[in-house]
Design a binder for this molecule. Structure first.
Ligand code: GCB
Length: 539
């Protein structure tokens, strides 16, 4: 990172950036060079840049995501370090940047470790690199550090706004404007640098919904700084066993996808990528996306909101996490805070997911309770959920049941259950009755089966890997869902076939998890039409 070059006749260095391989940023490295397809380890990135001509006070470098851990060096000095591959971080570089020829170097490492999140094994590709945008950001001396603007949780005509200015500056004049709603509030920051407003009796507000994803231009200004944002307003609540959006019960017609463009075999990172993934979900008739299994890029989140999808977002607390490890717990807390900070102004964001498929234990319970606490410190308005997989068939009761003390702590219970794939049917689907978390709304957050696109075969033979088997399994599961009285939504696994190191059946998988409703080449399988039809007929 010192970028040393030989000066004297006897000098040499056994490295150089000049003449090295070039990688696109943003993008994972695995998809850019065949040698890096399976690579795990360190890659050094370097870039020379000039300071922006127009600067008005302070400068920051913002990284939307670097996978998985990195150290950042500027002009030979370490200026930041970060762990966590799916959330943003930034570092102030005011005074550290020269007018010309700055040298930025990043040591990026994607080695899986037992104390990391996710840990050693996970069912998706371990893409490494500077996978999202990097920005150089100039702000005035006093700038808007944060804001949280949303409809009151219980009222349909009150907007709550909170604005924080940098360095906790007191007595700074702040304005919150929503011209289309005739709102202009002038505020002053308190001793913590925070200005708050409850704007009551808002007239003619159209609430955001999947049918009408209306957003308003909101302008926040403070001292010499100003930010313009499109923000939507909606009410979201749980009553009994139902989820209510804008005072009406809603059935969640969800789907999951990874942040991956299968045709390119690489991470999605652009607005065009987001549009491709979300358009396929739209065609399927969805009103919600479960962003699996980590915070996806902001293009996806914002485009989803614009198109009218509710969102479930989670951190990669995915099986196998070392819940006993206090360092891991701290990392998980930071990660979830970075996620909530980034997306708390997105009205589409409806569920914060705490974990995926974890086994009850004292350490697990404490860890997840801590994550709820971290989340609620920033945002106590979204619904808290977690996906469980330990539902079992109780033969004496002839019912599906689950014992997990943690369900008490969450608003909506989500279950991943692969009936007909990882579990043979104990009874026929029409007799498969559920008695799980009966006093809460329940989402089937995963179900599905693998099928190779174009493969025909017996609809009752799992090992046929056929579209026919997958389609029949979907029909059977939809039949079973009629027997879940508290069912409030489903999220089939998964929209597209995706790359996974777990999946190396030589003829059917070849490195792909084939549970997609759409193949890696973008072709819809038979099961796609079953879900499209099911969603179309739910009002
Ligand atoms: C699960 C996981 C998901 C996997 C899926 C599968 O339960 O949550 O990440 O990809 O099963 O295909 O087995």
């Amino acid at each position: 990172y010192l970028n040393k070059k030989p000066a004297g006749k006897t000098d040499f260095y056994e490295y150089a950036f000049d003449g090295g391989l070039k990688l696109n940023v943003p993008s994972d490295w695995n998809s850019q060079l065949p040698e890096l397809k399976y690579y795990e380890g360190t890659v050094w990135y370097a870039k020379h840049f000039d300071a922006p001509k127009e600067q008005n006070g302070r400068l920051f470098i913002y990284f939307a995501a670097v996978s998985y851990r990195c150290k950042v060096y500027l002009n030979g000095k370490e200026i930041a370090a970060h762990e966590g591959g799916f959330t943003p971080f930034q570092v102030e570089v005011t005074g550290l940047v020269k007018d010309t020829d700055n040298f930025l170097a990043l040591e990026v490492n994607n080695t899986r470790t037992a104390d990391a999140i996710p840990a050693k094994s996970f069912d998706w590709w371990n893409y490494g690199g500077i996978t999202r945008d990097v920005m150089l950001i100039s702000t005035p001396k006093v700038f808007i550090q944060d804001y949280f603007i949303q409809l009151d949780k219980h009222r349909s005509n009150q907007i709550n706004a909170q604005v924080k200015v940098s360095d906790s500056q007191a007595n700074v004049a702040v304005t919150v404007e929503i011209p289309e709603l005739n709102i202009k509030q002038k505020l002053l920051t308190d001793q913590q640098g925070i200005a708050r407003a409850s704007i009551a009796n808002v007239k003619h507000l159209q609430r955001w919904s999947p049918e009408n994803p209306r957003r308003y231009n909101v302008r926040v200004s403070a001292a010499a700084d100003a930010v313009d944002e499109m923000i939507g307003f909606r009410n979201l609540a749980v009553k009994g066993t139902r989820v209510y959006l804008n005072d009406k019960p809603i059935f969640l017609k969800s789907i999951s996808f990874h942040e991956e463009i299968p045709q390119r075999k690489g991470r999605a990172f652009s607005e065009a990528d987001a549009t491709m993934l979300l358009s396929e979900a739209m065609a399927l008739g969805c009103n919600m996306i479960r962003l699996a299994h980590y915070p996806q890029n902001e293009y996806t989140v914002r485009t989803a909101e614009k198109m009218g999808f509710l969102l479930w977002e989670e951190t990669p607390i995915w099986q196998g996490i070392d819940f006993e490890n206090q360092e891991t717990k701290k990392k998980a807390g930071n990660m979830i805070k970075e996620m909530v900070m980034r997306d708390k102004n997105r009205c589409a964001l409806s569920f914060w997911g705490m974990a995926n498929e974890t086994k009850p234990s004292a350490a697990r319970n404490e860890f997840l309770s801590y994550l709820i606490k971290c989340t609620k410190e920033i945002d106590s308005t979204r619904l808290i959920t977690a996906a469980f997989d330990l539902v079992r068939f109780d033969r004496s009761k002839q019912r599906f049941v689950m014992d997990d003390p943690f369900i008490k702590e969450i608003d909506v219970v989500a279950i991943n259950k692969y009936m007909g794939w990882y579990h043979p049917w104990p009874v026929t689907p029409d007799k498969a009755i559920w008695e799980v978390a009966t006093d809460k709304p329940l989402i089937i957050s995963e179900f599905g089966a693998e099928a190779l696109y174009g493969k025909t075969g017996d609809a009752d033979v799992a090992s046929s890997w056929s579209e026919d088997y997958q389609a029949q399994l979907y029909k059977d599961n939809l039949e079973m869902f009629k027997n879940i009285p508290n069912l409030t939504g489903i999220s089939p696994w998964v929209l597209f076939d995706f790359r996974s190191p777990f999946r190396f059946h030589p003829t059917y998988q070849e490195g792909w998890n084939r549970k997609g409703l759409v193949s890696d080449q973008g072709f819809r399988k038979k099961a796609w039409y079953i879900i499209a039809d099911y969603y179309k007929n739910i009002k």
